[in-house]
Design a protein around this ligand. Structure first.
Ligand code: ADP
Length: 650
């Protein structure tokens, strides 16, 4: 029993020990998993300098994104560009030793040549065996140093000749090259690069000037003295001759403002400062590439196998506002050149609104064009219709003249016969030995009168049938109608019809066309005579009346004929309505068209006591006479009788 209890206690103890072991193991493995990768970024420049800052930020973003929560990033700066002359490296090395004592660093990222110098000298002392990634270390520095194993390099070429080529393309006539730089080592090296690149084209540049280490005041003065056919290349000024220290980008804006010549460079920070153009190195892009390479090295356990090390990306960039200031053409740039800093333009600022506006204007313009085209077509159609109507009216006059032809022939024949007999008589008289001169004169004056009478009828007929322009003119109605009587009277006589005229309009005038008003009277009078075909001789009276009526005057044509049987008298004026065996049914519709073209109206009514009366009302000239319009003639096509304007022939 005691042995069993002892065995149980031993088992329990073992279980507790196992539990404790497992717990410790878990804790230990958790501690191992939580160990972060430590990355030291060592920059040769002030880390707040934009060129360094954009790269550091891109590296950090890449590490945070790809290895979230498992990296610790430290940053130390040597600022050798500005403090390169003092021998601070040993002091700095002592500081680093103290700072990172007992700290395991997994990767050192070196930015710039000053940091590269330092790491090359002290790596084995400070961080033996730690992998190192070089970025932003110039190709000239690389050419002068041999690197030990354990250092990977992202190429950082600075091909200034590409920027020089852009300047030459934009300013083909320029022959004076000014190279601006400072007096620090890096500054001088950069100036040397540009001068060497310029000298690679012997004879191209008439002068290559090196403005080295000028103070800002002097520099601005000299830049203001340049012309727009000069080329300025700005390298870097970390230090000037007077001992002032700068970040090179800080001088860009004052230089651009002072300069009367375009300035070129190759740093993206210079583009932001307003230089004209250049083949620009993308420092942020280089930072991203550096971050990617760092992530790959850390994931690889510190080795460089399969780690991509791309060169710093570069692209042509041009400042549109500066191009415009110096009258340089965008077309001279390489086709893929990126354009920045467009001057403010309403089209660029409010692109959407402007596009909408342009769209609306375009739509409006199209509508206007369509409407104009439509109006043109309508006018053409109206003119065509008016011309046809005019032709129709003329044809109708021919028809009316045809109806009157027998009596007109008689009217002309009578004087011709009289002339003939008078000629016979004169002939006899002349051959007689006692010729009476007085009698002869009488005969000749009879001949003259008869000839004039025949000529008068022929002239009237000619005037009626002639093709001539429609002329709207002030027209005394009574006189105009009276002039048509000689054409009607012979026919009336032939038909044994008496014409009773009661012209009471006096000298009232309407604005109208002479021939068209006569045509109205002829049409109505012939219809009236037709209607009295079977009337008793006593009733055969054609009454023609004119009288004032309100703001106009009336012409009434009345007869004692058969009258009409239509329920609505309006029907008589419809085209092709006729009750006559050989009628065309166009006379009254032509009358209506002519009257409406004169802004008048026409109506038909039966007369008490038998017969019909057609009354035409026309506005008088005074009191707001309205000029005849095209529409008035074409509204009732095809039976239009008149044209609106004098340029339409009939
Ligand atoms: P058409 O004379 O060729 O028939 P119109 O247009 O001049 O053509 O006349 C149309 C019709 O109106 C005539 O056929 C006739 O029936 C009727 N009409 C016209 N004037 C008179 C009138 N004064 N009396 C009776 N009917 C008339």
């Amino acid at each position: 029993m005691q042995r069993r209890a002892h065995g149980l206690a031993a088992l329990l103890m073992n279980a507790i020990r196992l539990g404790l072991f497992l717990y410790c193991l878990g804790a230990a493995s958790a501690a191992v998993a939580a160990e972060p990768s430590r990355v030291l970024i060592l920059t040769g420049a002030d880390p707040s300098q934009p060129a360094a800052f954009v790269q550091i930020r891109a590296i950090r973003s890449m590490l945070d994104a790809e290895l979230p929560g498992s990296t610790e990033v430290y940053l130390d700066s040597i600022d050798g560009f500005r403090f390169g002359d003092e021998d601070l490296t040993q002091t700095f090395q002592a500081l680093m030793q103290k700072k990172y004592k007992g700290q395991h660093i997994d990767l050192i990222i070196v930015l710039g040549t000053h940091a590269a110098d330092f790491v090359l000298q002290y790596r084995e002392t400070l961080w033996p065996g730690t992998p190192v990634l070089f970025s932003s270390v110039t190709d000239s520095w690389m050419a002068q140093h041999t690197l030990p194993p354990g250092i990977a390099v992202l190429p950082f070429p600075t091909d200034v000749s590409q920027t020089l080529a852009v300047a030459q393309a934009l300013q083909p006539r320029a022959r004076r090259l000014v190279v601006v730089g400072g007096v620090s080592d890096v500054d001088k090296e950069m100036i040397g690069r540009v001068v060497r690149a310029a000298n690679r084209e012997p004879g191209y540049w008439a002068s290559v000037e090196q403005w080295e280490g000028l103070g800002l005041g002097e520099l601005k003065k000299r830049l203001a003295g340049l012309g727009k056919d000069d080329v300025v290349i700005y390298t870097t000024i970390y230090r000037d001759r007077e001992g002032h220290r700068y970040f090179p980008y800080q001088l860009v804006q004052p230089m651009v403002q002072a300069s009367h010549a375009p300035i070129y460079g190759w740093y993206s920070t210079y583009v932001e400062g307003g230089i004209t153009a250049g083949v620009v190195y993308d420092l942020a892009g280089n930072g991203t590439n550096t971050g990617k390479a760092a992530v790959a090295i850390l994931k690889n356990g510190g080795t460089f196998t399969n780690v991509a090390l791309p060169a710093m990306p570069a692209r042509c960039v041009a400042n549109v506002a500066e191009l415009e200031r110096f009258g340089l053409s965008v077309a001279s740039l390489p086709p893929d050149c990126q354009l920045v800093n467009f001057p403010p333009s309403i089209f660029r600022e409010y692109r959407g609104t402007m596009l909408t506006l342009v769209g609306v204007l375009l739509a409006q313009a199209l509508t206007i064009v369509a409407l104009l085209a439509q109006r043109r077509k309508r006018r053409d159609a109206e003119a065509e219709s008016a011309a046809r109507g005019s032709e129709l009216a003329r044809a109708a006059r021919f028809a009316a003249a045809g109806e009157l032809s027998a009596s007109i022939a008689h009217e002309v024949g009578q004087p011709l016969g009289a002339i003939l007999s008078n000629a016979d008589a004169a002939e006899l008289l002349v051959t007689s030995p006692h010729a009476d001169v007085g009698e002869l004169q009488e005969i000749l004056s009879d001949v003259k009168r008869d000839a004039l009478r025949a000529n008068d009828v022929v002239q009237r007929l000619r005037a009626l049938l002639q093709k001539q322009s429609i002329v709207f003119a002030p027209l005394p109605v009574d006189t105009t109608l009276r002039e048509s009587l000689p054409l009607l009277e012979p026919e009336a006589r032939r038909r044994n019809i008496r014409i009773d005229t009661q012209f009471a309009a006096g000298d009232l005038e309407v604005m109208g066309d002479h021939v068209q008003l006569q045509q109205v009277l002829l049409n109505l009078a012939v219809n009236a005579m037709d209607a009295m075909h079977e009337s008793a001789p006593a009733n055969r009276v054609l009454t023609l009346v004119t009288r004032p009526a309100g703001e106009g005057m009336e012409i009434a044509v009345a007869d004692r004929g058969s009258g009409f049987r239509v329920s609505c008298p309006e029907q008589l004026f419809e085209p092709f309505y006729t009750t006559k065996p050989h009628g065309m049914g166009l006379g009254l519709s032509i009358v209506r068209s002519i009257v409406e073209a004169h802004h008048g109206r026409v109506s038909a009514a039966l007369r008490s006591g038998g017969g019909a009366e057609i009354v035409v009302w026309l506005p008088l000239m005074k009191g707001g006479y309205r000029a005849p319009a095209a529409d008035d003639f074409s509204a009732t096509a095809p039976d239009k009788a008149a044209a609106p304007a004098s340029d339409v022939s009939r």
